[in-house]
Design a protein around this ligand. Structure first.
Ligand code: ZN
Ligand code: ZN
Ligand code: ZN
Length: 264
């Protein structure tokens, strides 16, 4: 089913792991914003799945350019968007460099609500394809409302709720990426069984109306029992060390640039 077409070994890279302000937060003097631990410097959330030679980008965070440079990202075969909030789309224009590197249009996948917002905000990326590549993004946007094919691999969208907003996580074989969730409906929980690696958002220790807290994320992971889980989308209310100290074995706090091999 959901694992069709994927290699036995995937690589996953966290490009950014911070909430919408990033860390440090502008003008904040808190302990986490002043931390000397490099893992406490977090850009906005974005990630990359590497499957053989194919590279799939998850969201286009505000810092996409610097994130791509930091990990040596030099190709993107397709872009998958979880939702259209500004922290996940702020680097959208930098996709044009991947058009140039690939010498072709880039496919972009999103649910209907996200696709509508992307077409409004970034209309120039979807019209007037250039005869050369690099002057602007040249994108082919597909609305997804169920499993879809990505170069012979089946991707399963995972519908979750970001407060009241329906957004998508994605499953790639034995790996799933779910960010900005507050609740995961039962049908979507069923799509997250049998994973080697689950990436899930966890904002801070205390509850929040639109994001999972760390204890809420741990409870979901306990129920799903992936072999390994990583938390992302942290705020400056939790340092890497403090968050790590709250976690049982098998669950880790991600940080910008972290590379994970699946299965690990
Ligand atoms: Zn702070
Ligand atoms: Zn969001
Ligand atoms: Zn976000």
């Amino acid at each position: 089913m959901a694992d069709r077409g994927w290699e036995d070994r995937l690589e996953f890279t966290f490009l950014g792991t911070g909430t919408s302000n990033g860390i440090p937060v502008i003008g904040c003097g808190c302990d986490v914003c002043r931390s000397v631990d490099p893992r406490d410097r977090r850009g906005r959330c974005s990630a990359v799945v590497h499957d053989g030679e194919r590279v799939f980008l998850l969201d286009t965070a505000t810092e996409l350019r610097s994130q791509a440079l930091a990990v040596g990202l030099d190709r993107v075969d397709a872009v998958l968007m979880t939702h259209a909030h500004a922290d996940h789309t702020g680097g959208f224009d930098d996709l044009r460099r991947f058009n140039e590197l690939m010498g072709r249009h880039l496919p972009v996948y999103a649910d209907q609500g996200t696709a509508t917002l992307l077409r409004e905000r970034f209309a120039y990326c979807f019209v007037d394809a250039f005869p050369f590549y690099g002057g602007k993004p040249d994108l082919v946007l597909s609305d997804v409302d169920g499993p879809f094919d990505l170069f012979g691999r089946e991707v399963t969208p995972i519908p979750v709720f970001h407060g009241r907003l329906p957004i998508l996580g994605f499953r790639f074989g034995r790996l799933a990426y779910v960010t900005d969730a507050k609740t995961i409906p039962p049908d979507s929980m069923a799509l997250l069984r049998g994973l080697d690696v689950l990436v899930l958002n966890a904002l801070r220790a205390t509850p929040h109306p639109t994001h999972l807290s760390l204890p809420e994320a741990v409870a979901i992971i306990d129920e799903l029992r992936p072999r390994h889980a990583y938390l992302t989308h942290l705020s400056h209310q939790l340092s890497h060390a403090a968050a790590t100290a709250m976690l049982p074995t098998g669950i880790e706090v991600a940080y910008d640039g972290l590379k994970v091999v699946v299965p690990d």
